[in-house]
Structures are given as C-alpha cells and as structure tokens.
Design a protein around this ligand. Structure first.
Ligand SMILES: Cc1cc2nc3c(=O)[nH]c(=O)nc-3n(C[C@H](O)[C@H](O)[C@H](O)COP(=O)(O)OP(=O)(O)OC[C@H]3O[C@@H](n4cnc5c(N)ncnc54)[C@H](O)[C@@H]3O)c2cc1C
Length: 347
C-alpha cells in the first residue's frame, strides 16, 4: 500500500494507532459490537476527534477501515457533525447524528415525527424516536433533526437520563455504536437555522458520503493487502496462486480501481469549503467506493478459499461491512437517481 498517496495529513501517533494497534483488536470490536473505552480514549488523545480538515478526516477514516470499517465509521460520523457543533459545545466529546426515524431514512421529511418544543431560556425539549443512530453508544452529544416552531431544525442535546440508547445488533459495522435512540423531552439548543434543518443535515451527509467512499477505499486496500499476501504464500499444484493469470487480473483490477477512487475522493476533498463538499462528486465516489469494497472483499475471500469465510476473520468482516456502504448515508438507488438527474441536465 506504500505507493498509494495520502488523502490528507494524519498525526503520526494516530496513524500508528490505526495501522499498528487497531488491526490487533478489530476482531474483538466486531465480536463484541463495541469499541473498548481504553481504545476510544487513545483515539481521542491522538486527535481522531478533532482532525483539522476534511482531507485529514477522510485519510484517518481510510486507514482505520483497512482493518476496522466500524472504527472508520465512528471517526467519520463524529467528524461530519463536529464541523457544525464545534463552536456550540463547552467541552469536547463524541457526537452522534440522529436523523433516520423508524418510518424510513430516504424520505426524511415524510417520516419526521420527532418534535422540539420551546422549553424556556432559549432551550428546547426534544421528543421522539430515531433508529440507526451511529456513535450513540459512545456519544456525549446528539445532533438531532426535529420539527421545531420554525420547521425542521437541527438541535444539539447532551447525553442525559432523558436520552435512552438501545444498541442495535446489526451484521455490519459492528462496533460503530449504532442504536435506537429515544428522546424523552431531552433538553437541547438550536444547532442551525430554524426551518433549514434538512438542508443543513444534507451538508453533513454529503461529507459523510465522501467518507463512505473513504471507508470503501480502506476496505479495498485491506482486502487487497490480505489477498496479495495470501497469493504469494499459498501454493496450488506446486506454484503460488500469484503465478496464475486469473488471480493476477483480479488483484490488478482492485489496485487500479482503488487508484481511480482515491483520485476522485482527493479531488472532492481538495475543493471542500467549510466541510461542504460537491454533492455530485460525493455521490459518485460513494457508489464507486461501495462497489469496489464489495468486489475487493469478494476477491480476497475467493482467493483464500474456505479460510476466507472463517467467522470473525478480516475478509469476512470486510465483506459484511462493505454491504452497509450501499445503504447508509443514502441508498445506492437514490444516489444513482441524483447522478442521473445531473447527467440528464448535462452536468
Ligand atoms: C450501518 C448504518 C449506519 C447508519 N447510521 C446512521 C446515523 O448515524 N444517523 C442516521 O440518522 N441514520 C443512519 N443510518 C440510516 C441510513 O441513513 C438509512 O438506512 C438510509 O437512509 C436508508 O433508509 P432506510 O434504511 O430506512 O431505507 P428506506 O428509506 O426504507 O429504503 C429502503 C430501500 O428502498 C430503496 N429505495 C428507497 N428510495 C428509493 C428511490 N427513490 N428509488 C429507488 N429505490 C429506492 C433502496 O433500495 C433502499 O435501500 C445508518 C444506516 C446503517 C445501515
């Protein structure tokens, strides 16, 4: 992986943590569906929750995702929200983003039942149920979309007894702290312009889409590394798998598409302003990233034969996690429709 350029700079200590220590505990994070408190603290100390620019955030997400896409996701979701809430909170803490409701995540407004009532002194009381809130297990702060007096608005609540967090037992991104969250008149402040909550949430989601592409890139790199190592070591009919043309072409396909994806993410990240990214490039990168991650993890599994299917192994984890990339932060079909609408307008 040494020949792949970086998307942005990541502090050396954090790079060491994500590439050195994380691969050793990624399996237990997956099994336990939880990141240990000690490792969260190490991430915080090494600056994972206050990365200076979108490019640095995306690079950290990519590095983590080579072994633990769940930890990449954790860093990403916090990073997309941190841009908005940094100036509103007294003390730092992990942020969760609560938009999706039980009725469905694509039609956000059609399903938005969570409400915010004025609570006096500029405060609001948020009530409702959200599902698939990532980071909720670890979060100190919750960025919530709710219907307020001025229409859909983003609110910021701090963890309290009025916020009930129930972990979800998903097959994918285990450890990303995904939960059902019930807000029972939880105290909150406005975190955006009244009535503009959906547009502001979409700004965070666009950066999240680019981040999903970075997760996909990390998964592809992790899978490629495992497949290369295995192909060089494992012999079939007296010669290494890497000497057969079929596996060679598979490895080449992943390497070249990873390079193309990396270039697209880099271009979109370099144009980011104030954590806002081009929605078209973010959508394109996300669709490509999901496809590449799924193909690369399929190839690694295939080359490793039955061993690639071992429960809790790297290849099995990368395959399961790659599946989420076509659903979270906007379903693949919705993104393809959006891309098509721009293509049809000549964009
Ligand atoms: C691992 C994970 C983490 C997540 N983290 C968060 C989070 O932190 N915060 C948060 O608020 N939400 C989060 N989500 C929710 C995510 O945003 C939604 O899953 C996503 O928006 C899709 O919504 P849905 O699952 O309710 O599917 P639905 O909206 O019910 O859609 C179901 C399916 O219908 C199809 N479909 C939908 N619309 C169209 C269309 N217009 N044209 C064609 N086909 C269509 C797609 O195939 C789609 O997958 C997360 C989800 C996952 C899986």
């Amino acid at each position: 992986m040494a020949c792949m350029p970086e998307l942005g700079s990541v502090p050396a200590g954090l790079r060491g943590l994500l590439l050195g220590e994380l691969p050793g505990i990624a399996g237990s994070i997956d099994r336990e569906n939880r990141v240990p408190d000690g490792f969260l603290e190490r991430l915080r100390e090494e600056g994972a929750f206050d990365l200076g620019s979108p490019a640095s955030l995306l690079e950290a997400v990519r590095l983590a995702s080579r072994s633990s896409p769940a930890v990449g996701h954790l860093i990403l979701i916090h990073g997309t929200a941190w841009c908005r809430v940094r100036g509103l909170v007294g003390e730092p803490g992990i942020v969760a983003v609560s938009i999706t409701e039980p009725g469905g995540g694509t039609d956000v407004l059609g399903n938005l039942e969570t409400r915010a009532e004025p609570g006096g002194g500029g405060r609001y009381l948020v009530s409702g149920v959200k599902v698939f809130t990532s980071n909720a297990l670890y979060a100190r702060y919750f960025l919530v979309l709710a219907r307020g007096p001025g229409g859909p608005t983003l609110y910021l609540a701090e963890r309290s007894d009025s916020i009930m967090v129930e972990p979800l037992d998903l097959t994918t991104l285990r450890g990303a702290g995904v939960a059902r969250v019930e807000y029972r008149a939880a105290e909150a402040v406005e975190a955006g312009t009244p009535g503009k909550g959906l547009r502001e949430a979409l700004e965070a989601i666009n950066l999240g889409r680019l981040g999903y592409a970075a997760i996909g890139l990390g998964i592809a790199e992790g899978a490629l590394e495992a497949a290369v190592r295995w192909s060089l070591e494992h012999k079939v009919f007296g010669k290494p798998l890497a000497d057969y043309q079929g596996p060679r072409w598979m490895l080449a396909e992943v390497a070249l598409e990873a390079r193309a994806l990396e270039a697209l993410i880099r271009e979109a990240a370099s144009e980011a302003s104030d954590c806002r990214v081009d929605p078209l490039k973010a959508a394109m990168a996300k669709v490509l990233g999901a496809r590449l991650a799924q193909r690369a993890s399929w190839i690694a599994t295939q080359l490793m034969g039955g061993r690639g299917l071992s429960r809790w192994s790297l290849t099995e984890r990368l395959s399961r996690d790659s599946r989420a990339l076509d659903i979270g932060e906007g379903a693949r079909e919705v993104l393809l429709d959006f891309i098509a609408s721009r293509v049809l307008k000549g964009g």
